[in-house]
Design a protein around this ligand. Structure first.
Ligand code: ATP
Ligand code: MG
Length: 395
């Protein structure tokens, strides 16, 4: 018998007409995350079956638990056939390995020509279990273990352990977005939440060498790599931002520096998004967290673009964001002490209620359209696919 994961879909029952597309994408995502393992995947409307070699169990489970679109993962065995004798033998060897005091058997029979009904099968196998293990009883209401038996046309399945999946939609089913990825705590969490809604991500990072270090950039690439475990390769567009930042520092009143810097970032991000067929920008802004995230700041900054800007953590407390960062595995990387381009040019008193007219007036002091074109021309695209990167060199 082969070890098997039975995958139950999340939230897909609301998708009627295009459910096929959701399931195909989920299957492709599972195939991609399990590349290199010898698994075979089959699926129907209700669930997916992933069967594999026993020794890969833990690592395959871990990967499935990082795949969006899965509500629950049941673990069990696929038998060679659906003959009662085969099922009995398998069940007897399984119960010998398991510790429990109460149990029940539930049977599902999608192969309707099977000579016994579901109820008859459950009763019969319940008797087999009782006969082959000491000190156990049947409890149909609150059993410690439920043995699910599933009879299909060719095989039978026995499963008895469950693990929670992440939920959400399969990444890629809802198009693509561009994540503004800094090295902080908030933006990776925003990326994760957006992927959870089925959005494939590319990322954009603004760097200002020599004011920002190569470690700061590598930290961002490492964060992209961690996010990639949830939704496939996250390509990073690294934009040289030094000239823009220096021009702002030199010519613009310091209380407006951050506001204008962020308007420049938005302008560039929108262009990169359009060019790469990303339909939204995503960032880690959280209402009130810093001066550039007051409602007036957000409004004055946002108005330089027309592309929708999604801010998944806009209404989260910092502590909630940190909790999620720990859970998804980005926290430890995010708190590494490398400066980003914002922290270097931060004025002591940034404006809290910036005015649009002043932004326009100050921006006229620098040739920003030319500087933006130059920055985009010099972008570096980093694709973190497994073959190309020696991850250990990042940190
Ligand atoms: P984070 O913790 O994500 O760095 P933050 O609280 O430090 O966020 P800001 O520095 O004001 O907040 O940035 C707000 C958002 O703008 C970030 O979450 C990120 O989405 C984007 N951002 C900031 N700096 C950069 C950068 N250098 N490159 C790309 N995006 C950036
Ligand atoms: Mg930051």
């Amino acid at each position: 018998m082969k070890k098997v994961f039975i995958i139950k879909y999340a939230e897909l029952n609301t998708k009627k007409d295009n459910i096929g597309m959701f399931l195909r994408t989920l299957k492709e995502n599972i195939e991609r995350t399990l590349e290199g393992y010898s698994v075979s995947i089959t699926f129907d409307k209700g669930r997916m079956f992933v069967s594999l070699q026993d020794e890969d169990f833990e690592s395959v489970l871990e990967r499935l638990q990082k795949t969006f679109g899965i509500h629950e993962i049941e673990v069990g065995y696929e038998l060679e056939n659906h003959e009662m004798e085969t099922i009995e033998t398998a069940l007897i060897s399984i119960i010998k390995e398991s510790e429990f005091h109460t149990f029940k058997v539930e049977t599902k029979r999608s192969y309707k020509e099977y000579p016994m009904t579901s109820l008859e099968i459950s009763k019969h196998l319940g008797g087999v279990i009782l006969k082959n293990k000491q000190g156990i009883t049947v409890d149909v209401h609150h059993p410690e273990v439920t043995f699910f038996i599933e009879i299909r046309r060719e095989y039978a399945y026995i499963y008895f352990e469950r693990y929670a999946g992440l939920g959400g939609y399969p990444v890629g089913t809802l198009g693509k977005g561009l994540l503004m990825l800094s090295g902080g705590i908030d933006s990776p969490v925003s990326g994760y939440l957006t992927m959870k809604r089925g959005v494939k991500l590319e990322a954009i990072y603004f760097e200002s060498p020599p004011h920002t270090s190569v470690e700061a950039k590598n930290k961002v690439l490492r964060l992209a790599e961690i996010l990639g475990e949830y939704g496939g390769d996250v390509k990073v567009h690294v934009i040289p931002f030094t000239h823009i930042q220096e021009a702002i520092y030199k010519s613009i009143p310091h209380d407006y520096m951050v506001t204008i810097m962020r308007r420049m970032m938005y302008r560039i991000a929108e262009k990169i998004a359009c060019h790469n067929r990303c339909k939204i920008l995503v960032n880690g802004e959280s209402i009130g967290q810093v001066a550039s995230q007051t409602l007036s700041s957000m409004s004055v900054i946002n108005e330089v673009v027309t592309i929708p800007v999604i801010r998944p953590v806009a209404c989260f407390d910092k502590l909630e964001i940190m909790d999620l960062a720990r859970k998804i595995g980005t926290y430890e990387t995010s708190i590494l002490p490398y400066e980003d381009c914002c922290t270097i040019f931060v004025p002591t008193h940034p404006v809290i209620n910036p005015e649009r007219e002043k932004c326009i007036e100050y921006e006229a002091l620098i040739p920003y359209e030319k500087l933006i074109r130059e920055a985009i021309r010099n972008e570096e695209v980093v694709s973190l696919s497994k073959e190309q990167v020696d991850y250990s060199s990042y940190l």
